[in-house]
Ligand binder design. Structure first.
Ligand SMILES: [Zn+2]
Length: 370
């Protein structure tokens, strides 16, 4: 420790000279070249050439600069709704659907809608029948998929004070309807392991629980375990073999590729998306991740969980969208080694046909109508 800080002191003046040189290079570069470095430009160009589909985003705003990004990247989005009783806008479903359909119409084919149901109405006697009607209306208006969210299993209780689970018989007519209409269920059930604790600041999802402590269940007795929730999810897969389910966020099995593989083997109606969990893949041994993605090349859909909130600073958001696509492209498609949040990441350089499936074709196959 001590010797390292002494070394730093010695190195500082030299670093200052280097930094000054770098900065003057940067400022002259800005004037004559595009703002993005060449490898970033190249990554975005190659990404766009796939005509990629991001199956997991949350967009709440119509914006010309955002639309221009979609057009520049040949990018198609599946825009996902959730009903969340902690946010006033997301509390009620109908206004969200209306706004989301307007966004779809203004996107010139770049955005499709994944609607949702309102699980807070679970205890209404007409819950199943009313939900089926509401979903059928959304399908008629063009919705291609339905999201169920982690509030099932982790938040909402029935009249007896028991947590409602995704395999509850009251959901049965809803799943049957989704299957009958040929739509896809996007299931976000449970959370990363770290939500059940113990606290782990090195986990990629840790900051989320700092900002959203209501979902951090460590030392909170009475909540279902992660295993119980995923068991109910598996039960629903087994009971509905004709229902296509995409387990979003790597099916909440983010740290266990063997477990994901076992589920993909057991349930032919199951696929996963990568949304907000690419960092777990980036942390796992590259050879293992590469072998998994090659073996299950038909079962993994590309998603990010990027958002554009109504209150967003669009320019800032666009930077994040772009840098996420660049990062994911470098990781999956190139053999570059790069830094991400202080860690070295090795690109997997997946074969071209595998990339084509992950970034596009699997979305079209698993979510018909996109
Ligand atoms: Zn999401």
């Amino acid at each position: 420790m001590k010797s390292r800080s002494r070394l730093l002191l010695v190195a500082l003046p030299a670093l200052g000279t280097l930094l000054a040189g770098y900065l003057s290079f940067q400022s002259s570069a800005v004037a004559s070249q595009p703002q993005t470095p060449p490898s970033t430009e190249q990554a975005l160009k190659s990404f766009a050439a796939m005509r990629p589909i991001d199956v997991h985003v949350h967009v709440f705003k119509e914006d010309p600069a955002f639309q221009a990004l979609l057009e520049r990247l040949n990018l198609k989005l599946l825009n996902i709704l959730v009903v969340d009783d902690t946010l006033s806008y997301r509390k009620s479903l109908e206004p969200q659907i209306k706004d989301a359909l307007a966004l779809v119409r203004s996107s010139h084919g770049h955005i499709d809608l994944c609607t949702t149901l309102d699980p807070y109405k679970f205890s209404d006697p007409s819950f199943g029948a009313e939900t089926v009607k509401q979903l059928d209306r959304a399908f008629a208006q063009g919705a291609v998929a339905v999201k169920i969210w982690k509030n099932i299993g982790m938040e909402i209780k029935d009249r007896d004070g028991k947590f409602i689970m995704p395999d509850d018989p009251k959901f049965r007519p809803i799943y049957q309807d989704i299957a009958r209409r040929g739509k896809t269920l996007m299931a976000h059930l449970a959370e990363p392991d770290v939500a059940w604790g113990p606290p782990d600041p090195s986990d990629p999802s840790w900051s989320y629980y700092q900002e959203n402590p209501q979902w951090f269940l460590y030392n909170k007795p009475g909540f279902p375990s992660k295993q119980e929730i995923l068991k109910a999810r598996d039960q629903l897969l087994a009971e509905n073999p004709n229902l296509r389910m995409v387990g979003v966020h790597l099916g909440s099995m983010e740290k266990n590729l063997d477990n994901i593989a076992a589920h993909l083997d057991r349930y032919p109606n199951f696929a996963v998306d990568t949304a907000a969990r690419m960092e777990y893949l980036m942390m796992a041994p590259p050879e293992k991740v590469r072998a998994f993605l090659v073996k299950y090349q038909d079962r993994v859909l590309y998603g990010t969980d990027l958002d554009l909130l109504a209150t967003a600073d669009v320019q800032e958001s666009l930077k994040e969208w772009q840098s996420t696509y660049v990062r994911d492209w470098k990781f999956l498609a190139t053999d570059e080694t790069f830094d991400w949040e202080g860690k070295k990441v090795h690109g997997l350089k997946l074969p071209e046909p595998v990339l084509q499936k992950i970034f596009r074709d699997n979305a079209l196959h698993w979510i018909p109508g996109l």
